[in-house]
Write a new protein. Structure first.
Length: 162
């Protein structure tokens, strides 16, 4: 049983990695079977890249544009002594989303309409203006839908910002 670790003044807008709307979603078509978590496992609610050796594996690290985003599907395994985990064990099948609206935690402050950047070292998310250079990250085709502080859960979309 896990125990509450913190109390927030305001409720979270959504759970990290969950769908943020009922808009259409799409997943990347794997070369065969389905995509699976690579040797180090994959954290949900983060970006993934295809493995350089086995194209059916995905990892939270990579170069260039990520393959897509891993939704929080509840496949994380909680290690003994831990209170929770978003880590999907190596070899577990995953859906890699290329389209949709999701709740995501950003490690930078965000402004509605900014672009979403995927951090190459761990698949986490940052935001900045379109065309900007973000050290160690690559611009994705997704947009931030909320203005929020650092470490906040925001909505992101590929549909465009109105």
């Amino acid at each position: 049983m896990t125990f509450q670790q913190a109390v927030s003044l305001y409720p979270a807008p959504g759970k990290e990695g969950d769908l943020a709307s009922m808009n259409p979603t799409a997943v990347a078509l794997p070369p065969e079977g389905s995509y699976k978590a690579g040797a180090a496992g994959v954290y949900q609610a983060r970006w993934v890249w295809q493995d350089s050796v086995d194209a059916t594996l995905v990892n939270n690290t990579g170069t260039g544009l990520p393959l897509g985003f891993v939704m929080n599907s509840g496949k994380g395994v909680i290690p003994v002594g831990e209170t929770g985990s978003m880590l999907v064990q190596p070899g577990t099948e995953l859906a890699v989303f290329t389209l949709g609206d999701f709740f995501v935690r950003t490690s930078t402050a965000s402004v509605r309409g900014q672009k979403i950047f995927a951090v190459l070292a761990d698949g986490t998310t940052k935001t900045d203006d379109a065309g900007e250079t973000v050290a160690g990250a690559v611009e994705t085709p997704f947009y931030a839908m909320d203005t929020a502080d650092t470490a906040s859960v925001i909505k992101m979309t590929k549909q465009g910002v109105l």
